[in-house]
Design a protein around this ligand. Structure first.
Ligand SMILES: Cc1cc2nc3c(=O)[nH]c(=O)nc-3n(C[C@H](O)[C@H](O)[C@H](O)COP(=O)(O)O)c2cc1C
Length: 184
């Protein structure tokens, strides 16, 4: 696959500038999210967007784990991917569906020339309180989105700590033909 493919261009960035995203950009990302496949087309996601211009922005940033706040505060948009209300027993496929939805969001944002970073570290009750998420819903993950910043404006330590993680194992470690453990 070519290197200009958004699958390869996407990365978990810590480098945002504080410009706001346009409504068209936000809606394009949300629409891409909603076109993800889902079990029985249940579309179990509820996505809440908090933009830089909202008075909830600093509040939602403060709900993130401290390491995430350092770079997320410079972004333009926080997308909270949660489930719709779960009335019955929680079906793990729901989080799988929401994961597909989130990947669509990241690919679309990358195509738009934006930076993204998915995060799993937040204080659940605080996020619920800021975004008014009902108890019958679960937060699946949070996606930080923004315009690309200048590398010269962030600390070398932050860049290095995140660049290190941009590796992948050999295909043979994760894929076999026919059965588990067979060589690739
Ligand atoms: C569910 C999930 C949770 C994550 N949580 C965090 C997080 O809390 N903080 C962080 O810096 N990165 C987080 N990441 C980003 C991963 O560290 C990153 O995807 C991985 O290192 C691969 O790097 P890449 O996204 O640049 O390819 C998370 C990613 C996923 C999918």
């Amino acid at each position: 696959m070519s290197r200009d493919n958004p699958i390869f261009l996407r990365k978990s960035s810590v480098n945002f500038n504080s410009d706001s995203l346009s409504k068209a950009e936000i809606e394009s990302i949300v629409k891409a999210s909603m076109w993800a496949p889902s079990s029985r087309n249940g579309q179990p996601w509820r996505i809440i967007g908090i933009t830089k211009d909202s008075d909830k922005f600093t509040k939602i940033i403060s709900c993130l784990s401290s390491g995430n706040q350092i770079w997320a505060k410079n972004s333009g948009l926080v997308l909270i991917f949660s489930t719709k209300k779960i009335e019955d027993e929680f079906n793990p496929k729901t989080f799988l569906d929401i994961g597909f939805s989130g990947q669509n969001a990241m690919i679309e944002a990358t195509k738009l020339g934006l930076e993204t970073h998915p995060i799993g570290g937040w204080d659940e009750e605080s996020v619920r309180s800021v975004a008014k998420i009902p108890q019958e819903s679960k937060v699946a993950f949070i996606l930080i989105v923004g315009k690309p910043g200048k590398e010269s404006e962030i600390s070398e330590e932050l860049i290095n700590s995140h660049e290190k993680t941009r590796e992948r194992n050999a295909v043979s470690e994760h894929f076999n033909y026919d059965q588990w453990g067979e060589k690739f």
